[in-house]
Design a binder for this molecule. Structure first.
Ligand SMILES: Nc1ncnc2c1ncn2[C@@H]1O[C@H](COP(=O)(O)OP(=O)(O)OP(=O)(O)O)[C@@H](O)[C@H]1O
Ligand SMILES: [Mg+2]
Length: 364
């Protein structure tokens, strides 16, 4: 177990800045999940932590010790990749023990550690097989076992489950959560899978274009995104953003007016300075069908029946797209117009720069 501190980590390839300036404090035993669009620098950051890439600036501290320029083997870090990269000519046992063999460990010590790791990952019965005789999930467990065998202080995972089918992914996700509970290792994990991120993370880091946008627990980021980018990145289907035409604030209340004479009343004052270019963010599950005169008019274009929910996609009078997630199996005709109200307590206001305006001024 170890704490990790990234201080102003900067990484450039030639003149291109990939990681601009990354500051992150990872506490001992935390499960940190990095998310962000493709190309934002997640793998690069992991490789810098592992020592596989030199940093261009900044410091990396592990348990307070400066390891910025330490060789990979001196860091006590093990990395698991998306492609398991097992040695095809070696058995499972030899793959798991390989790192220890290279490190010059005694044969008996290696065999004991391999048995220990295999028991933990339920690989006991497979130790004499070659990788080609294993399923994808089993291969991934061997790759994790190989990392585990060396008793690393820190585990780095780069999309370890993305080659697996949906059912196996869900199973391995639970296995990883259990493994973390049992070992208590510090883990830094990259994924594109929102469910994986939300369920595994003690804290999540949302990155965009080499910059950390926000760090927080999954629910903090989901409920209180700092920016429109974070709000739109988390949640499936993505949050709706609706332009506000004007806002009217009186006596601690605000009325936001949308195109087509619809409006939303809030029990809070919007900062008048920010009221010029406001956008309302509302998640599809926080929209309701409504016959109210103030409701937004949505023309339905596509309906997706998921069994447990119904996803309704359409556009508002000014052409803005909107998606509702309604519980159960709702029936609609394509082209039908419905009224939509927003759950006022769940909406988020964003200013022209895409910053979350909360906290709004609540009446005394
Ligand atoms: N060796 C390299 N030389 C030059 N540019 C590189 C190199 N490695 C990565 N990059 C660039 O750095 C950026 C970040 O890449 P990185 O692999 O870290 O992204 P990522 O967030 O892991 O993306 P993905 O989700 O697709 O895996 C990309 O624009 C990539 O093209
Ligand atoms: Mg990557």
């Amino acid at each position: 177990m170890a704490s990790v501190e990234l201080q102003n980590i900067h990484k450039a390839y030639g003149s291109v800045d990939i990681i601009k300036s990354c500051n992150l404090q990872v506490h001992e035993g935390e499960f940190i999940v990095l998310v962000g669009p493709s190309g934002c620098g997640k793998s690069t950051l992991l490789r810098c932590i592992a020592g596989l890439e030199p940093v261009s600036g900044g410091r990396l501290l592990v348990d307070g010790e400066d390891l910025t320029h330490a060789a990979p083997v001196e860091r006590g870090v093990a990395m698991v990749f998306q492609s398991y990269a097992l040695y095809p000519h070696m058995t499972v046992a030899q793959n798991i023990g390989f790192g220890l063999k290279i490190a010059g460990e005694r044969k008996e010590a290696i065999a004991a550690r391999v048995r220990e790791v295999a028991a933990l990952l339920h690989l006991d019965a497979l130790l004499e097989r070659k990788p080609k005789a294993l399923s994808g999930g089993q291969r991934q467990r061997v790759a994790i076992g190989r990392a585990l065998a060396r008793k690393p202080r820190i585990f780095l995972f780069d999309e370890p489950l993305s080659n697996l089918d949906a059912a196996l992914r869900a199973e391995m996700r639970v296995e990883l959560a259990k493994l973390h509970q049992e070992l208590g290792n510090t883990m830094i994990y990259v994924t594109h899978d929102q469910v994986e991120a939300m369920t595994l993370a003690t804290r999540m880091v949302v990155m965009q274009a080499g910059v950390v946008e926000q760090v927080g627990t999954p629910l903090e980021l989901f409920n209180r995104p700092a920016t429109r980018f974070v709000a739109g990145f988390l949640g499936q289907p993505t949050m709706n953003f609706i332009r506000v035409q004007t806002s009217d604030c009186t006596a601690g209340r605000s009325r936001l007016l949308f195109a087509g004479d619809s409006c939303l009343d809030l029990d809070a004052r919007v900062n008048p300075g920010a009221a010029q270019a406001l956008e309302v963010g509302v998640r599809p599950e926080d929209c309701r069908l409504s016959c109210d005169a103030q409701a937004l008019d949505l023309r339905i274009e596509v309906v997706e029946q998921l069994g447990s929910d119904t996803m309704v996609h359409g556009h508002l009078v000014d052409g803005q797209r909107m998606t509702l997630r309604l519980p159960g199996q709702a029936r609609f005709k394509l082209g039908q117009q419905v009224g939509v109200s927003l759950v006022a307590e769940r909406v988020i206001l964003f200013d022209a720069q895409g910053r979350n305006l909360a906290p709004l001024e609540k009446p005394a």
